[in-house]
Design a protein around this ligand. Structure first.
Ligand code: RAM
Length: 359
């Protein structure tokens, strides 16, 4: 298989003195190293160089998103691309700056980044764009800093997420009772957008007047921290009826804690999760249902967008259109966003087994 060949190539390169790669990249996932190694060798001028910088490495959600890049690259011809998946170990606001700088040094064509902050990367984005590198936010946008990016690939229409998440928990707890939100990092642009929309929905929609948001806690998209925050919520609020974790790491960790504490069914856990991680909790009843979109589609779309620019004269401006083969034609909206899908999807007992093998 391609990966096996690449692993052998990687080992050879490392033994031959490629240790510098480890010094520069640190402890990254095998894919980051394999791909970076593979394509540093020849014909780089001919290749489209793509960097994908997730919030942090080791989060299965972003690994799922990354598979979409591979899918599109395979369709368009591996020889045409160099793809580098690289990023920090943890999701602090300014941890990604060095990876953007790395992409600039590498003369990337496009950087796709799930930014950990709305503002911390603005000057490094400006620097990249000043050198002709496209800066695309992926998996979210950077509200208030849109002038510092070329466009944003949105997995779904974020305006729908606040209402969708509150309704989902509402259904599960009979539209009555206390609940908490378990988020990722304090600065996370996507989380903060959704939480803002959830609060608005609670205030504006009389349907939810008997639902009370206790507090928002932060698990930093780390399993252990998310688990300890969940434990603290359970002991602090014995009447709590539910937890919304709009993060795949958080919902997974919260389900584990709720099940271990014998609270499954009494405290409903829902939010946004990855079907492959959530299947066991859906099948054993710890989670009745949760939502998500299709993370690999985002990576797939990203590759087709930069391909359209390089080969078909597309420019990332409002109104511009491009076609991403199996996902069809997409248009950049007036706000610079591209929606992969409009609505989130519900994952529950009826479909979890089908999707858990995909992502
Ligand atoms: C987490 C991340 C990501 C979010 C998903 C749903 O892994 O916080 O940004 O979109 O979950």
């Amino acid at each position: 298989m391609r990966k096996n060949i690449l692993v052998i190539a990687l080992l050879a390169a490392v033994i031959a003195g490629g240790i510098a790669v480890f010094l520069v990249f640190g402890e990254k996932t095998p894919d980051a190293l394999i791909i970076a190694e593979e394509t540093g060798v020849s014909n780089d001028n001919e290749k489209i160089i793509i960097y994908f910088i997730p919030k942090n490495l080791g989060n299965p959600y972003f690994e799922a998103l990354s598979t979409g890049f591979y899918d599109a690259i395979a369709e368009l011809g591996e020889e045409n691309f160099r793809y580098v998946y690289i990023g920090p170990q943890t999701a602090e606001a300014d941890n990604q700056i060095e990876f953007v700088e790395r992409a600039i040094q590498d003369e990337a064509d496009a950087i796709f980044i799930a930014s950990n902050s709305n503002t911390a990367l603005n000057s490094v984005f400006d620097e990249a764009r000043g050198k002709g590198i496209r800066v695309y936010i992926i998996n979210q946008d950077i509200p208030g800093s849109e002038a510092h990016r070329d466009a944003a690939i949105m997995p779904v229409n974020f305006d729908r997420i606040g209402g969708a998440q509150i309704e989902l928990l509402g259904e599960q707890i009979g539209y009555e009772g206390q609940f908490a939100i378990l988020s990722a990092t304090v600065d996370a642009p996507d989380q903060n957008t959704w939480i803002g929309l959830m609060k608005k929905e609670l205030e504006d929609n009389p349907k939810y007047r008997k639902m009370e948001l206790l507090e928002v806690v932060y698990g930093d998209d780390q399993v252990e921290k998310s688990a300890s925050e969940t434990k603290a919520l359970l002991s602090k609020y014995p009447e709590m009826k539910g937890i919304i974790a709009p993060t795949s790491v958080g919902i997974f960790a919260a389900c584990g804690v709720v099940r271990e504490s014998g609270m499954a069914g009494k405290v409903k856990v829902t939010g946004l999760g990855l079907p492959s991680e959530m299947a066991e909790f859906v099948l054993d009843g710890t989670c009745e249902g949760f939502q998500l979109w299709n993370p690999p589609y985002e990576g797939y779309m990203a590759v087709y967008m930069i391909w359209a620019e390089k080969k078909e004269g597309f420019t990332p401006e409002p109104g511009s259109k491009f076609t991403a083969r199996k996902l069809g034609e997409h248009t950049i909206q007036p706000n610079g966003q591209i929606l992969v899908l409009e609505h989130p999807m519900l994952y529950d007992r009826s479909n979890i087994e089908k999707y858990s093998v995909l992502f």
